[in-house]
Design a protein. Structure first.
Length: 145
């Protein structure tokens, strides 16, 4: 598994994987005008491809919540987890900027709409829980996949 990869390879896999995930997910949302089904499929299929591409290198976390879970399970050292999270943030920012460039939007822009509150936090919790539950179940029942 990921144990034979160097730290640099793991960090590169997290940057690239997160970049691709955010680029395709956000790019789909921009292109479709936030068609929820298309955006969900883009994110889901990109995670699947990313897991196959980078799973043996870094574990293909692509999300700080996933990294936190594996750190809590003591399967990822804290110092390496911090590097993963930094890589994921950098890859996510770069992916968003690339998607904006692709659609001739301002590379850096601030939303004029407030996106916070109970409903948004609940949705984030459900999405993160679903992602982590899927990963943990997949590992438990089909580790090689």
């Amino acid at each position: 598994m990921a144990d034979t990869s160097t730290t640099a390879q793991k960090i590169a896999a997290e940057v690239i994987g997160t970049f691709v995930l955010v680029f395709f997910g956000c790019g789909t949302a921009i292109f479709t005008g936030v068609d929820y089904v298309a955006t969900a499929l883009a994110f889901g299929l990109t995670v699947l491809v990313g897991a196959y591409a980078f799973g043996r290198v870094s574990g293909a976390h692509f999300n700080p919540a996933v990294t936190l879970v594996f750190t809590g399970k003591r399967e990822l050292p804290v110092n390496e987890a911090a590097l993963y999270v930094a890589a994921q943030i950098a890859g996510g920012i770069a992916g968003t900027m690339a998607a904006h460039l692709m659609f001739a939007l301002p590379v850096v822009d601030f939303s004029m709409k407030t996106r916070t509150g109970g409903a948004q936090w609940f949705a984030e919790f459900v999405a993160a829980f679903g992602l982590i539950a899927t990963i943990l179940a997949g590992i438990r029942f089909q580790r090689t996949a």
